[in-house]
Write a protein that binds this ligand. Structure first.
Ligand SMILES: [Zn+2]
Length: 301
C-alpha cells in the first residue's frame, strides 16, 4: 500500500513526468499502463547504505509494444528507513535508455518498474540486450549490489526487440517467383512470399492499429496493421480463415493475427507479406522489399 500511495503522490504533484509514462492501452486484454517515470526527489535525495535483497527482471525477451513490457521487481536493504532511488535501463554499452525515479522507498518493500520500450525522447529503443540498474539518486558510486544477507539470485538483464518474426513455425523464403518485384500478369509482386504449412500460427510483426481486416479475391483473407511507433504498414495475406482482428482494433507486437493458408489467388500454403512506407498501405505510400526485414527478424525471433 505504501508504494501505491507514493505513485499517486508523484502523479498528483508531477503531471509532466506522469505524461511520459507510456500508458499504451489496447482493446481486448491490455496490459496495465507503463509505470510513470516519476521525478527525482525535490529536496536533496537521501539514501542510506544501499544493497539489493532481491531483483528479478521479466520476461527474458520482449517486443516493442508487445504483450508484456520488460519489468523488474526488487527489494532493497538500507541503513535508512526511506530511500530516494533511481532505476536506469542501460544497454550493453552502458548508455541509459530511460530513467525512473522512486522516492521514499522503504527497505524490504517490493518495488516494480515497467518499461514501455521507449527512450527518454519517446522513441522505440534499439534492439538488443538491456539491464535495469538500481542506485541512489545522485549516486556517483557503484549501483546497488546483492545484500550480504540475501541468497536470492539477482536477475536484471533482458532483451528488447522492435519486431517479431510473423510465422511461428517452420518456413522458407521460397524461390525467385515469390520475391518482391517478381513478374505477375499485369503487375509486379508487391510482397515477399514465405512458405509454411497451412495452419501455422501468424503473429503481428509490429503491433499498432488494424487498418483493415477482410477478404479480397486476390489476397484472400488478409489484414493490414499500421505499425505503432513506426512509419510502416504491414499486410498479411492468404490467411486460411478470417483474421480474429477487427478493423480499427489495437494489436500488440507478437499477438496472434490468424493462421497460414492459401485463400485467394494462391497455389500453395504461404504468407504473402507486404511492407508499405508512410503514409501507408493505399494511403499514398509505396511497397518496399520485405525480405531484408524478415531475414533480420528471423535471426533473433
Ligand atoms: Zn505473394
Amino acid at each position: 500500500m505504501t508504494i501505491v500511495a507514493v505513485v499517486l503522490l508523484l502523479i498528483s504533484t508531477a503531471p509532466a513526468a506522469a505524461s511520459t509514462g507510456g500508458a499504451f492501452t489496447a482493446a481486448g486484454g491490455p496490459p496495465p499502463p507503463g509505470s510513470p517515470s516519476g521525478a527525482p526527489a525535490t529536496e536533496t535525495p537521501s539514501t542510506g547504505a544501499l544493497s539489493l535483497l532481491s531483483a528479478q527482471a521479466t520476461p527474458r525477451k520482449s517486443f516493442f509494444y508487445g504483450f508484456r513490457y520488460p519489468s523488474v521487481r526488487f527489494a532493497i536493504a538500507s541503513t535508512q528507513a526511506q530511500n530516494d532511488l533511481q532505476i536506469d535501463v542501460v544497454n550493453t554499452a552502458g548508455e541509459v535508455a530511460r530513467s525512473f525515479y522512486r522516492n521514499d522507498v522503504e527497505p524490504k518493500v517490493e518495488v516494480r518498474i515497467r518499461w514501455d520500450g521507449t527512450t527518454s525522447e519517446g522513441r522505440p529503443a534499439r534492439n538488443g540486450r538491456y539491464s535495469f540498474r538500481i542506485e541512489a539518486q545522485g549516486a556517483t558510486t557503484q549501483p546497488a549490489a546483492r545484500a550480504s544477507t540475501s541468497t536470492a539470485p539477482l536477475s536484471l538483464g533482458f532483451a528488447l526487440y522492435g519486431y517479431a518474426f510473423p510465422i511461428l513455425g517452420a518456413h522458407d523464403f521460397g524461390g525467385a517467383e515469390g520475391r518482391f518485384g517478381a513478374a505477375r500478369s499485369g503487375h509486379t509482386h508487391q510482397g515477399q512470399d514465405t512458405m509454411a504449412a497451412c495452419g501455422t500460427p501468424l503473429v503481428a510483426a509490429r503491433g499498432g492499429t488494424v487498418q483493415y481486416s477482410g477478404y479480397q479475391g486476390a489476397a484472400g483473407n488478409y489484414v493490414v496493421i499500421d505499425g505503432k511507433g513506426s512509419s510502416l504498414d504491414f499486410m498479411y495475406a492468404h490467411l486460411a480463415e478470417p483474421s480474429p482482428l477487427q478493423t480499427g482494433e489495437q494489436v500488440r507486437t507478437g499477438q496472434p493475427i490468424g493462421i497460414v493458408g492459401d485463400t485467394g489467388d494462391a497455389t500453395a500454403c504461404h504468407l504473402h507479406f507486404e511492407i508499405w512506407t508512410a503514409p501507408g498501405w493505399y494511403e499514398g505510400g509505396s511497397p518496399i522489399d520485405p525480405l531484408p526485414y524478415l531475414e533480420k527478424w528471423d535471426r533473433y525471433s
